[in-house]
Design a protein around this ligand. Structure first.
Ligand SMILES: Cc1ncc(COP(=O)(O)O)c(C=O)c1O
Length: 394
């Protein structure tokens, strides 16, 4: 094993392209830094529409904010059911919990943390109105099967694309399948502005509603376009818009999108290549599945069990490398257990949650640092392989 340097390798370092400062300054000098339709917000929204063929884009302060608007647009009541992956972020589900509809949790695929189409089918009832999917790690869900289900049962599809900027399924951008889709620009994401998000409204019939919810429950857009002489409270809504300071920063990132994505893909592929021999020689861990493509958002390994995964995290920590796991299954969260005694068994979800480990992946990760991480992983599996094999067979 190579010498261990003293510096801690973090899980993430928010990348700054160098464009951001001048755009933020330009926004300040322009003396318009609120949300809505400032020059940078407009440029960012056009960028997404033009690049990915989205119908309508509304920038938000977070993906969670965009999910809340999407949930509101579904017009849900207590009589409705929403199918959601249990392997998801808290706000993927919490946004829909606010509607009072019943949340029904689906399992992951056996080969990928993404939602399993068969599990969705098994959960559909007459009350199912909405299907929420998450493209985990920027890897597309099985969209052919999912779109068949959506059409067969006339469901509203929400794509939670928090991880999935610039990711595709068979050449079609993720975020363009759902009636509504949501993106995150949190600092951990490929493209970021510290905190930020995007709501994509592909269902044109809901655009007016979406605008009202986005604009604090008012008809401000009619007022701004001269259709009304004043704007009033016309629907439910809240303050969801990011300021121009955030969108100026985001625009700086968007202009470097190709460079960012190429760099991340290079890092991702290097991990994959360097760990593939070790993975094929032992069955102690698996490399990430990416059959439907990926955008190099996350590089994860799937360990044999929770004990091995936690031991690997600890081994990396001892070697000054921060690796993390995520998510915890939502269906057995304290909040859900407090709401219902009827807890389903979602084996794949639980396994993914127990076994996944996410490795550092950020643009400033040098080849030397990446080699150090790979070497520490080799050391763990080679030196502890025998012990792990024994614990596996017990
Ligand atoms: C799948 C998913 N949805 C939603 C979110 C929330 O994103 P934000 O922090 O932009 O609200 C996250 C956060 O990482 C996420 O992983």
């Amino acid at each position: 094993m190579k010498n261990i340097e003293e510096t801690q390798i973090p899980y993430n370092k928010p990348h700054v392209t160098g464009n951001e400062k001048s755009y933020v300054l330009e926004a300040i000098n322009h003396q318009y830094i609120a949300g809505g339709y400032g020059q940078f917000s407009k440029k960012c929204m056009s960028f997404f529409n033009d690049h990915y063929g989205f119908e309508n884009c509304l920038l938000t302060h977070s993906c969670s904010g965009a999910l809340e608007i999407a949930a509101t647009l579904c017009d849900l009541s207590e009589a409705d059911e929403v199918i959601i992956p249990s392997f998801a972020y808290v706000t993927t589900a919490a946004s829909f919990d606010k509607t009072n509809a019943k949340l029904v949790f689906a399992d992951s695929q056996i080969n990928h943390p993404n939602i399993c189409p068969e599990s969705i089918r098994n959960l559909i009832t007459k009350k199912t109105k909405v299907l929420v999917i998450v493209h985990y790690a920027g890897v597309a869900c099985l969209m052919d099967e999912i779109m068949r289900i959506v059409e067969e049962f006339q469901l509203i599809l929400i794509e939670d694309c928090a991880h999935a900027v610039d990711a595709y399924y068979k050449g079609k951008a993720l975020g363009s399948f759902g009636h509504f889709s949501t993106f995150s620009f949190h600092e951990t994401k490929n493209i970021h502005c510290g905190e930020g998000g995007l709501l994509v409204v592909n269902d044109q019939s809901k655009l007016r509603n979406a605008l009202q919810i986005w604009q604090e429950g008012t008809n401000k857009s009619d007022f701004e376009s001269g259709l009304k002489s004043k704007y009033e409270w016309v629907s439910t809504g809240s303050s969801y818009q990011p300021s121009e300071l955030s969108t100026a920063f985001l625009y700086g990132q968007l202009l470097e999108l190709d460079h960012i994505q190429n760099q991340r893909k290079e890092l991702w592929s290097y991990y994959y290549e360097q760990l593939s021999t070790l993975a094929s020689e032992s069955d102690l861990f698996q490399l990430p599945g990416h059959e439907t493509g990926h955008n190099a958002h996350i590089f994860y390994l799937k360990c044999l069990n929770i004990g091995n995964r936690n031991a690997l995290i600890q081994h990396m920590k001892t070697n000054k490398i921060m690796a993390i796991f995520h998510y915890l299954p939502l269906h057995i969260s304290p909040y859900q257990r407090g709401k219902s005694n009827d807890i389903p068994k979602l084996i794949n979800t639980t396994n993914w949650s127990d076994q996944i480990i996410r490795l550092p992946l950020y643009i400033d990760l040098t080849r030397d640092l990446q080699d150090r991480i790979i070497s520490v992983i080799h050391d763990f599996f080679q030196n502890q392989g025998a012990a792990l094999q024994i614990s596996k067979s017990v």
